[in-house]
Ligand binder design. Structure first.
Ligand SMILES: C[S@@+](CC[C@H](N)C(=O)[O-])C[C@H]1O[C@@H](n2cnc3c(N)ncnc32)[C@H](O)[C@@H]1O
Ligand code: SF4
Length: 455
């Protein structure tokens, strides 16, 4: 990566989507009817990717942007299982359950806030209704190392879990105190060792840059310590600061957040650090060892982006189960209710807790393909897009191409008649580079309170 003028770069800091979906969740609406959603479920034939959201956490990490319910009441957790089962029953009525399950993911919240026997109960129930799990299915769980024990790991082993993602965020004491998440390195090491002991050979660790009191110096320390965990994959997320949506983020004194310039320095250092430690950058914010299948996928141009980040398994029908969870089919996105009362009421009435979503237009479908290709592979094969969608790329995307000229002139990307290629330095601005292809961006330029900042 060539040397970077960080000051010049920081001017690109502006609100922008992270493109875990296109159209983004801001476009989800209630025009997508319940009956059409059921029709999509009944007619789809692809493999199944099941996402189960377990939203509960004990206490708030102030940076957290996830859909979380804070509680210390055990009955709330067990009551939720009863409702998950109702939801699974209704889904099984509308989905051909002989379809192969190629992915299963427990997300949260803190899935391991549940006891081992409860996790067992949930997975066993799903397997009883969706019995056809592929022998090489990706079966994963997000784990907060502060809530993880051997009994839970035994349940994961019993059900063939083969991936675990641990949340760490930062290893600096002052940062940990400020974000309200005290998690000593030794505690995380014990959790990683436990997973390794049970044969998990795909371990991911999450970090975040852009948190209060972080600087290049503190983050260098965090990265140096991270090698002791020896993860197979690392995610280093750009902190999405959206205090207008997330109350706990308002606890931060914004003057303690690193500047865009400092953040760029941190991330550039992070890339160099992991590349010099044998990892390869995958997509916008992930790093993987050469043995990892994500690494192979990027070489073959087969990396896909979805709600869980990056994956090699594209094309499956993602079915979201649980409060707020999002499903994705080739032609739609569908989101469950975010309100526990509404979630339960729908299920009590024998209906899925589907609340809103979007059915993709032809234009959405095309733009989704282009944006996801850029976000995953930093590259667009123009001829392939033209063939697949029967369009003249340069005529269709004339405005986007014009808007991208400033990035071309700054040597951050190249555009020729066959391909668009983002340079390694340009990859730091991949969200900015994807935005001109987003047909909905126009209406948000006036408003600041939409997306987190790109830098
Ligand atoms: C849903 S959390 C689940 C992990 C688990 N509850 C834990 O905290 O260890 C998944 C990851 O999202 C990331 N994350 C949460 N809030 C974020 C934010 N505002 N900006 C960027 N990343 C965030 C964190 O790295 C976190 O580990
Ligand atoms: S980061 Fe994880 S543990 Fe912390 S509040 Fe968010 S979901 Fe819960």
């Amino acid at each position: 990566m060539s040397s970077i003028d960080f000051e010049k770069f920081s001017k690109y800091s502006k609100p922008g989507p992270r493109y875990t979906s296109y159209p983004t969740a801001l476009e989800f609406n209630s025009d997508f009817s319940y009956d059409s959603y059921i029709e999509f479920l009944e007619n789809s034939t692809e493999n199944l990717s099941l996402y189960v959201h377990l939203p509960f956490c004990r206490s708030a990490c102030y940076f957290c942007g996830c859909n979380v319910v804070f509680t210390s009441k055990e009955e709330k957790l067990s009551r939720y299982i009863t409702y998950l089962k109702k939801e699974i029953d209704i889904l099984a009525e509308h989905i051909d359950t002989s379809r192969e399950v190629t992915q299963f993911h427990f997300g949260g919240g803190t899935p391991t806030y549940y006891k081992a026997f409860e996790l067992d109960e949930i997975v066993s129930y799903i397997k009883s209704k969706f019995p056809n799990w592929s022998s090489d299915a990706e079966i994963s769980c997000e784990i907060d190392p502060r809530f993880f024990n051997e009994d839970q790991m035994q349940v994961f082993q019993k059900h063939g879990f083969n991936r675990i993602s641990f949340g760490v965020q930062d290893l600096d004491e002052k940062v940990q105190k400020e974000i309200h998440r005290i998690q000593p390195l030794q505690l995380t090491k014990n959790a990683v060792e436990l997973a390794r002991k049970y044969g998990i050979n795909s371990i991911n660790v999450d970090f975040i840059y852009g948190l209060p009191y972080q600087s290049l110096e503190t983050f260098k320390q965090t990265l140096a310590l991270s090698t002791e965990l020896n993860p197979d994959r690392v995610a280093v997320f750009n902190y999405a600061h959206v205090p207008w949506l997330m109350r706990t983020m308002r606890k931060f004194d914004e003057t303690t957040l690193p500047t865009p310039e400092e953040k760029l320095k941190i991330f550039k250092y992070t890339i160099d650090f992991f590349e010099s430690h044998g990892y390869k950058m995958i997509g916008m914010d992930h790093f993987a060892k050469p043995e990892d299948e994500l690494f192979g996928a990027i070489k073959k141009g087969e990396l896909h982006r979805n709600f869980q980040g990056y994956t090699t398994k594209g094309g499956a029908n993602l079915v979201g189960i649980g409060l707020t969870s999002i499903g994705e089919g080739s032609q739609y996105y569908a989101q469950n209710s975010k309100d526990m009362h509404a979630y339960e009421t729908a299920l009590d009435e024998g209906k899925l807790p589907f609340e809103r979503g979007v059915v993709l237009s032809d234009d959405d479908y095309l733009r989704k393909a282009v944006i996801m290709e850029l976000m995953a592979n930093f590259h667009i094969d123009i001829k392939r897009v033209e063939r697949e969608f029967e369009i003249d790329f340069f005529a269709y995307f004339a405005e986007a191409i014009e808007a991208l000229q400033e990035f071309v002139e700054a040597d951050l990307m190249s555009i020729d008649s066959d391909e668009i290629r983002v340079s390694p330095t340009g990859s730091l601005l991949i969200r900015n580079i994807a935005m001109p292809f987003d047909a909905y961006m126009q209406k948000y330029t006036q408003s600041q309170k939409t997306f987190s900042k790109t830098v």
